[in-house]
Every structure is written in structure tokens, then in C-alpha cells.
Design a protein around this ligand. Structure first.
Ligand code: D5M
Ligand code: FE
Ligand code: ZN
Length: 539
């Protein structure tokens, strides 16, 4: 059996009696020789291990020898490797509302007060419709602007790869130029040995040397130059965070013969620490969800009903926006053997059903949605918005539809919505303390720091070469909203609120085989005037 897909790897491991961490599976599947890697891992894993961990795999597979080392994090300014900023319990994020707040508290408060609401348009049909405690929103006060509905011009030819890389380099080097006195590679090549030099470049290779130092090759529009990060320097810890194809800046001193740069400082494009997010002018909230997976046998319809019932209560009066970050439906043929777990096998019928579920959302709420990897749009990112056929199916609630990623400005607050496929890769590549499934906001911090939603080309995440690199974060978002990994996590990175919403799909067989324990039926609700969060659990 070929082993290149994670599901094959997971099955193979299961047949040897192993459960595996998702990260271990991803690492094995992305190894150059997955079958060999798996065999070697099984040979070396201790006999008493029940769960195969990413560390087991890393011992055998060449993951650029990022053994992770938990060296101190003394971060040189201003590179600020603080993807370890306060996680979930950050008081400025969670406003003291316990994670299990009122799943039915709201519903039971749904006394028949001003029974107007969205009724006919958005109310649930049938006799289960909740009595509407909700005061309808005033459309004159609402505002939304959306950027991200790209028109693909890429043809997949070599020249497109050149343009997309050039554009990435241009956009990100602009952000880094202020940090260092950049010299192009050909100028550095002609500088005498021992000179001080700095450059902005795209990471084209990362290797460890025989003596344990790091050789990072940087590429600019002229060529490449080798940069050496000594293992005993504080900045060596930052090498753990590097991904191929991201753009960074370095400065340091050239070797005696001028052929290599000894790095003193390393800079990421970064979110400025002093960033002050914009907020709305009034007390209004947005619910941020993703990964609904309608059509899957594991879609949690009851939890969805509890959520939409709650939206009709007075407790949700201020919730005027619903953002859905991809994977509306389960799709078909997304993963091998997926059909065994489908409740609805026809993709259009899945969207029809999804559209029915959307009707339960109060009609005065604005809905904004982007596609994910299970949706019926091209898989390669940037993903275009749903096409006309799908829009026609989903007209019921008049939702706004855009591409993945998109920046949605809701009452002045810029929300960067991205489904999140690259999170799997960031989690697989980086040490646990910097990115893990249990704390999905941390890999989001990494993307913010790199100012790019999917830095690595040619890996797990499929990227489409376009004339421009639409995946660069040219401006700083106020809120970064992703999904995909089916885990709830949130925190602030340099004042930007990062939220990974959970999902509405219970654990699938695949997820069971790789120990993914999804966070099901949570609705993070963010106040747009304070950026405070309350989390509702509808499980
Ligand atoms: O992704 C949900 C999460 O589970 C995400 O972290 C990918 C992972 N996943 C789920 N099924 C698979 C298979 N079959 N192979 C690899 N990774 C998988 P979602 O996009 O909802 O499927
Ligand atoms: Fe999903
Ligand atoms: Zn997904």
C-alpha cells in the first residue's frame, strides 16, 4: 500500500497496534520515503510506547534535525519570539466568562418579549422554532467590507512561480527594510572579508553543520547567500521557528574570506508590539466559527440547533455577525475512505442541507463565509469564493461569500479569515512549545510573525502560483480567525486577537486513529468594541 497520505500512514500504524499523534502521522506522510520512515520509526520506538509521538518520528526522519531543543527563550529585540505570549487564560481575552457558560442559560431566557426578530426570513421553520427573545439589529448601523474574492489568473506555469515569489519578496522585504541595511547578494559577494553586512532574503535551505551550527541559505532577487547561525547564540533558538520560503532579515559579519555571513541578529517581518487594534464604535458582537462539516455522519445537528436557538435569545442580541472560516460541508473525496462516513453523498445536496441550517440563523445577522479544504472549490490557496452554482444553493440567508483567505472589515475591525490548512504544517515543523494542536493559537502567532498565512511552498499546503502573493499579510489584522484543526484556541499576539474556532463535527474514525480530540460545538463570541471574548459551549 502506498504510504504517502496520512490516512495510509495512520492505517499502517494501526495495523501494527499503534495509536499515533497527528503530528507524527503528518511527519511520516511528508517524509521523502514514507514507507521507509515508518519502518525505521517502528524499529526504534521503545517497546512500551503505546502512542507513537512526533518525537519518535523525528529521531529517525530527517526533519532538518529540528530536535526542538528547549533552549532559553532570550529573545533579542525586536525579533521577539514570543509566540509564547499568554495563551488561553489571558485575562484580556477571556472576559471571565467560563468556557462552559450558559449553553442553555440563554435558551431558557428566551421568554417571549419583543417577539419580532428575524422570524420569517431567518427563523427556524417547524414547531421547534425558539420563541424570539432577540431584538433585531438595525441594518443602518451595520457595516462590512470584504477583500479577498480573488480572480485567479495563474496558469501554473514557471513564470507564475517567479511572479508569486517576487511579489512575496517585495511585499515582505518592504516590511523588513527598516530593520536592516539590506545589501543585495551580489553586493555582499563583492564585499571584503570581515565586513559588516545585512540582507533580506527568502529562506531557501536550512541545514545543521557537522559541528551543530545552523546554515541558513537566504535568497533575494539576485541570488543566494549562506548565513551561519552559531549554536551557542541566543538567536539559534529562532532557527527552530524558521520555515522554508518565509522572508527574514539578518545582519552580522562576513567570514575572513567573505564567503559566509555570521549572523548576529535575525528579524521576522512581525506585528509591531505597539500595534493598536481598531475597534467598533458600538457594543456589537461577532460569532466566529468554522468547520461545520454538514453531510458527515458526525455533524452535530443538535448542537447546531442549540447554537442557532441561542442566537434567537436576548443573550445574543448584540451578536450581529456570523463569520464561518471554511469547511461548510464534509465534501466528497477529500480523504481516502471518507465516503464510509458520509451522511449525504452528493456534494450539492450537502450544500442544500447546509443552506437549511443557515436559515436557522436570525435573518438580521450578517453571515460571511470563506471556503476550506472540504468545500467544492479548488484546493490550492488562495481559494476563490464559492461559484455561482453554490451561491445559488446558499441564497437563503443572503450570506456574503469570499475567498480563502479574506480580510473582512466589520464595523471598522479588520478580521483576517483564513481556513488554516497551513497550521498542520506549522505544527509539524515547529517544536511543540511553539506550535501544537492543543494550543492552535500558537501556530497562528507564528503566521502573524511571518506576516504570511502559508509560508511554505511545495509542502502539505497546496499553493497556486498567481501574479501576486495574496497570502502575504500586507496590513496588520485586528483579529485573525482560522479553523481547520478542529481545536479551540485563542490569545493575543502583540494585541492582535487570534482565534481558532473548533468544529461542529464529532471525532471521525480517522481522527480517532491519530488521537485528534476535536473541540466540538464551541462558539467564540467577540465583542467588536473591546475585542473581549466570551466562549459558549453548545455541546
Ligand atoms: O481537518 C481536520 C484536522 O484533521 C486537520 O488538522 C487535518 C486533520 N485530518 C483529518 N483527516 C485527515 C486525513 N485523512 N489525513 C490527514 N489529516 C487529516 P479537516 O480539514 O476538517 O479534515
Ligand atoms: Fe474541517
Ligand atoms: Zn479543514
Amino acid at each position: 500500500m502506498p504510504l504517502e497520505t496520512p490516512v495510509h500512514v495512520a492505517n499502517e500504524l494501526a495495523s501494527h497496534g499503534y495509536n499515533a499523534e497527528p503530528e507524527a502521522v503528518t511527519l511520516l506522510a511528508s517524509a521523502s520515503d514514507p514507507a521507509g520512515a515508518l519502518e525505521r520509526t517502528l524499529e526504534t520506538v521503545p517497546d512500551d510506547a503505546v502512542v507513537l509521538t512526533a518525537d519518535h518520528v523525528k529521531e529517525v526522519v530527517d526533519t532538518r534535525s529540528r530536535s526542538g531543543g528547549s533552549a532559553d527563550r532570550t529573545d533579542p529585540e525586536p525579533t521577539a519570539a514570543d509566540a509564547d505570549a499568554p495563551p488561553t487564560e489571558d485575562p484580556s481575552v477571556s472576559t471571565g466568562t467560563a468556557a462552559n457558560e450558559s449553553q442553555d442559560g440563554g435558551a431558557s431566557a428566551a421568554v417571549e418579549t419583543k417577539g419580532v426578530g428575524a422570524g420569517g426570513e431567518g427563523g427556524r421553520s417547524g414547531d421547534t422554532a425558539p420563541s424570539d427573545g432577540r431584538t433585531p439589529a438595525d441594518p443602518d448601523q451595520q457595516s462590512i467590507a470584504i477583500e479577498g474574492d480573488i480572480q485567479s489568473t495563474g496558469t501554473g506555469e514557471y513564470s507564475d512561480f517567479v511572479s508569486v515569489f517576487r511579489d512575496r519578496y517585495e511585499k515582505l522585504s518592504k516590511q523588513l527594510r527598516g530593520r536592516v541595511n539590506h545589501r543585495p547578494t551580489d553586493a555582499i559577494e563583492s564585499m571584503p572579508g570581515n565586513s559588516e553586512a545585512a540582507m533580506v532574503g527568502m529562506v531557501s535551505d536550512i541545514r545543521s553543520t557537522a559541528s551543530g551550527h545552523w546554515l541558513v541559505e537566504l535568497e533575494d532577487t539576485n541570488g543566494t547567500f549562506p548565513c551561519l547561525v552559531m549554536k551557542d547564540r541566543d538567536i539559534a533558538d529562532l532557527v527552530n521557528e524558521l520555515l522554508l520560503d518565509e522572508v527574514i532579515a539578518v545582519d552580522g559579519t562576513l567570514a575572513d574570506d567573505g564567503g559566509i555571513l555570521f549572523v548576529d541578529s535575525l528579524y521576522f517581518p512581525e506585528i509591531p508590539r505597539t500595534y493598536e487594534p481598531s475597534t467598533a464604535d458600538r457594543d456589537v458582537e461577532a460569532a466566529l466559527i468554522s468547520d461545520v462539516h454538514v453531510g458527515s455522519q458526525e455533524f452535530e445537528a443538535d448542537a447546531w440547533h442549540r447554537f442557532t436557538d441561542w442566537l434567537h435569545t436576548a443573550d445574543a442580541d448584540r451578536v450581529e455577525y456570523l463569520l464561518i472560516a471554511g469547511d461548510m460541508v464534509e465534501g466528497v473525496g477529500v480523504y481516502p475512505n471518507q465516503d464510509e462516513e458520509l451522511d449525504i453523498v452528493d456534494i450539492y445536496e450537502q450544500y442544500e442541507r447546509f443552506s437549511e441550517y443557515l436559515k436557522e440563523v436570525p435573518g438580521d445577522m450578517e453571515i460571511i463565509m470563506i471556503p476550506g479544504n472540504h468545500d467544492a472549490v479548488r484546493l490550492a490557496e488562495p481559494q476563490p469564493a464559492f461559484d455561482e452554482d453554490l451561491r445559488d444553493i446558499m441564497t437563503a440567508h443572503d450570506a456574503r461569500i469570499s475567498g480563502n483567505p479574506s480580510t473582512v472589515t466589520v464595523e471598522g475591525v479588520d478580521v483576517l479569515m483564513y481556513h488554516g490548512v497551513s497550521l498542520d504544517e506549522v505544527i509539524a515543523e515547529l517544536p511543540d512549545e511553539k506550535a501544537s494542536y492543543d494550543e492552535p493559537h500558537k501556530p497562528m502567532y507564528q503566521l502573524l510573525k511571518k506576516r504570511h498565512v502559508a509560508p511554505q511552498f511545495g509542502g502539505q499546503t497546496r499553493l497556486a502560483p498567481e501574479e501576486e502573493d495574496y497570502l502575504v499579510m500586507e496590513s496588520v489584522p485586528d483579529i485573525f480567525h482560522t479553523g481547520h484543526v478542529h481545536k479551540l484556541g485563542y490569545g493575543k499576539y502583540h494585541n492582535v486577537l487570534a482565534i481558532n474556532s473548533g468544529c461542529w463535527q464529532a471525532q471521525t474514525d480517522f481522527q480517532k486513529s491519530v488521537n485528534i480530540d476535536p473541540d466540538v460545538a464551541f462558539a467564540p463570541i467577540v465583542s467588536l468594541d473591546t475585542l473581549d471574548l466570551r466562549i459558549h459551549d453548545f455541546e
